[in-house]
Design a protein around this ligand. Structure first.
Ligand code: PNS
Length: 157
């Protein structure tokens, strides 16, 4: 069974990494799919984000990294995936995720979304906040892998 964990991953956080580890146990193959969306003005290119995820996920042989444009369900269908994995950090994520999941199921009824409750220690961590804290000189230790923190230094300084 092939599952997809899609997102922007700009950059990868320890919360994403926890979802990758747990997703890799649920599926035979887990594809981490980076959305190609330049309108979001990402800090890191898709290639840089893919490199970081590959480095972090090297320990899980059934995890691969790819990128996509257009509808996620079309990418999932092309890749033979039947499960979309999403993390839920709290109620603030819920409504957006509920709408996306229902829309995706309407578009592709044979593909289901499975929600994993974010681990408590990651439930406040987002790529957006990590970038903001880093830019303003705060510590992001423990929120992202150490090599991601190094890349942040190079990208922001
Ligand atoms: O990291 P994010 O921003 O939470 O990820 C959101 C993502 C990439 C899963 C979502 O924006 C997405 O699936 N985009 C692809 C376009 C699409 O399929 N839109 C319809 C979803 S209902």
């Amino acid at each position: 069974m092939v599952a997809i964990l899609a997102g922007s991953f700009d950059p990868l956080t320890n919360g994403h990494l926890d979802l990758i580890a747990r997703g890799s146990r649920l599926a035979d193959r887990l594809i981490v799919a980076i959305l190609r969306n330049e309108s979001k003005s990402p800090l890191f290119s898709v290639e840089e984000r893919a490199e970081m995820i590959r480095e972090a996920a090297a320990a899980w042989p059934n995890v691969e990294v790819d990128s996509f444009e257009g509808l996620l369900v079309d990418f999932a269908t092309q890749r033979g995936a039947t499960m979309l994995i999403r993390g839920l950090r709290g109620v603030s994520d819920y409504e957006y995720e509920r709408e996306m999941s229902l829309m995706n199921r309407r578009l592709a009824p044979s593909i289901d979304t499975v929600f994993l409750l974010a681990d408590a220690q990651h439930s406040f961590v987002s790529s957006k906040l990590v970038k903001e804290v880093f830019r303003l000189g705060g510590s992001v230790e423990g929120l992202v892998p150490s090599f991601v923190a190094e890349r942040l230094k190079r990208a922001v300084c």
